[in-house]
Write a protein that binds this ligand. Structure first.
Ligand code: FAD
Ligand code: EPU
Length: 330
């Protein structure tokens, strides 16, 4: 048995029947033959967006591939490649230190570079797809290596092809294009209200501000195990939004490019009175109702019981289904 308790930021007690540490691409033939031998596999990066059950009868592929390199410098952009096992936040910092600006709003997101395209990570007004160029992945059943372009990844809010048709691809390397005509992006409310940031701020100033904001709002997984936002912000039609707004004038929502509205799930949960509440070992963070926390010794079932109770209350009051963001692993 391989303990996964220290490999998931929720700190859920979990183990797996089989485990493979992928530290370099030369190990891929060995890995592919192992995948054939077991009924299931699961690719694990930093474990910051998963809910692990106590025993997982599968081959866990732990991505530890490292390396960052500048592939090309063009007149208008830098093309940079990072191996999938690089730590996201360290990669962001490294890029800024080289003058490759763009990812500063996405600072301090836990996890790996290889997982960043899976849900197209986003924060503070930016998404990974804004700087994505292409990636290389391998189909773990057929061994086929494929380059995915931006268009082929089908990026959307917390979504990509890697959650659907391409879910049997292990992402090996991701390439980013950083334009040289960089400008600060400060439209997100928390950044506007931060104070001291302006169009003259450097990318490193924004990076530091984002780190501070996140440290204030989000629980440190080392203290309170968590997986960040537990639910995605639900997207509703304009008609649905207008009806809700009449009934709940303080409703927090963001208009989308296609005319739909993204509702702030944290607000919905907060209004249902869940902020700071707990059910056994699972609780709702007292500063951000969208974040569920492990209060000590929680198992996947504790988190799921709490999540279902919250989902039920939000559905009953607002008629809106909020869907979990983390991936459940059995
Ligand atoms: P894991 O949790 O290990 O895996 C997540 C999924 O990706 C799984 O399905 C896994 O199989 C798949 N996967 C991982 N690596 C690969 C690979 N190489 N190839 C193919 N599939 C792979 N997310 C945001 O978008 N924005 C935020 O602001 C944000 N804030 C967070 C704050 C906190 C405190 C925490 C704990 C989480 C937060 N998250 C946020 C969620 C999480 O950090 C991201 O989803 C992150 O990209 C997950 O990376 P990981 O390496 O930990 O992936
Ligand atoms: N709100 C409340 N009560 C709460 C929490 C939030 O009323 O308890 C309100 C806030 O006042 C604000 C609105 O809801 O008006 C949105 O809150 P916030 O700015 O904190 O962002 P969020 O929608 O809760 C999203 C992402 C985060 C990302 C932040 C910053 C999702 C599911 N979550 O959170 O991503 O860091 O915006 O951009 O889209 C993650 O995916 O794991 C994650 C942490």
């Amino acid at each position: 048995m391989f303990s996964l308790t220290h490999l998931n930021t929720f700190g859920l007690k979990a183990d797996a029947s089989h485990f493979f540490a992928l530290a370099n691409e030369q190990q891929l033939p060995e890995l592919l033959s192992l995948v054939q031998q077991y009924p299931h596999y699961f690719i694990l990066g930093g474990g910051s967006n998963v809910v692990l059950s106590s025993h997982i009868e599968a081959l866990i592929i732990h991505n530890q591939l490292k390396g960052i390199r500048l592939l090309q410098e063009e007149e208008s952009f830098f093309l940079v490649e990072a191996a999938a096992g690089e730590v996201w936040h360290e990669f962001v910092r490294y890029c800024l230190e080289q003058g490759w600006n763009g990812l500063e709003n996405l600072a301090y997101i836990p996890g790996t570079v290889g997982a960043s395209p899976v849900q197209n990570i986003g924060a503070y007004g930016k998404e990974m797809k804004n700087y994505f160029h292409s990636l290389t992945a391998i189909n773990v059943y057929t061994g086929e290596q494929k380059e995915f372009s931006l268009a082929e990844c089908h990026f959307a809010y917390r979504d990509s092809v890697f959650k659907h048709e391409a879910k049997d691809y292990l992402i090996l390397r991701v390439r980013f294009a950083f334009p040289k005509n960089w400008k600060p992006s400060l439209n997100y409310a928390d950044l506007k209200n931060f104070g001291g940031l302006s169009e003259h701020s450097s990318a490193m100033d924004i990076f530091n501000a984002v780190v501070q904001i996140r440290q204030q709002k989000l629980p440190d997984p080392k203290v309170w195990g968590n997986a960040g936002s537990f639910f995605k912000n639900p997207i509703v039609s304009s008609a649905n939004y207008q009806t809700l707004l009449q009934q709940f004038p303080a409703l927090v929502a963001y208009p989308q490019e296609n005319g739909e509205y993204k509702l702030a799930a944290g607000w919905l949960i907060d209004q249902c009175g869940w902020k700071g509440r707990a059910l056994g070992a699972a609780g709702v963070h007292d500063r951000q109702a969208l974040v569920l926390v492990n209060r000590g010794g929680a198992m996947a079932e504790d988190i799921l019981t709490l999540a279902k109770a919250i989902q039920h209350d939000v559905q009953e009051r607002y008629g809106v289904l909020i869907e979990p963001e983390p991936i459940f692993v059995k």
